[in-house]
Design a protein around this ligand. Sequence first.
Ligand code: PCA
Length: 216
Amino acid sequence: MAGTVLLTGFEPFGGESSNPSWTVAQALHGSRLSQGAQVQALQLPCVFSQAWPVLQAAIAAQAPQLVLALGLAGTRSELCVERVALNWVDARIPDNAGAQPLDQAIVADAPLAWRTRLPVKAMVQAMREAGAPASVSYTAGTFVCNQLLFWITHTLEAAQLAGQPLPWQGGFVHVPPLAPAPGGVALDQQVAAVRAALEVAWDGAPDLAQAGGTLD
Ligand code: PCA
């Protein structure tokens, strides 16, 4: 069985006319990883109440083995593989449905954070070898992207706690603007980096044991 990778990107938000995360996901739609798995791209609404239900429905319909969600981080200048999701929402701007939740938990009785089990350091190394600037990030923000990663990790940890086999693996990558925007990275570099990260995540190898962190 060759398998399926579900690769999501978000619709534009905050008054922008495009979202590079969807441009990158679309560019990889239909392509195959070296082991044969096929990439299916899916656009998600930038709406707190809809992003996870739409992704859940696609997971149920397509039964992917790997789910990688992409989102734009407009102030970053490299691809960021997210390590953790906070169980917290504090929206800087309204979402595309006008909702702006402030200072509240996503799931009332869940831990303050979960981590992804994807090999984030190996993914970052592969992205750099593919020619793109990349790093591990320890905050996915407090907007729709973080909430989506929290639902992905919460779902997987709940399966783990219940002693069930993990139904799929999942994680999140924030992408920077597209060049020539300030701090932007060219589309072909972003696409090559995400493809390289998918290959590593699909292989399921243990993560690299190398130094991480961003502050002393
Ligand atoms: N970036 C936003 C939401 C959608 C997107 O592409 C975020 O980082 O939360």
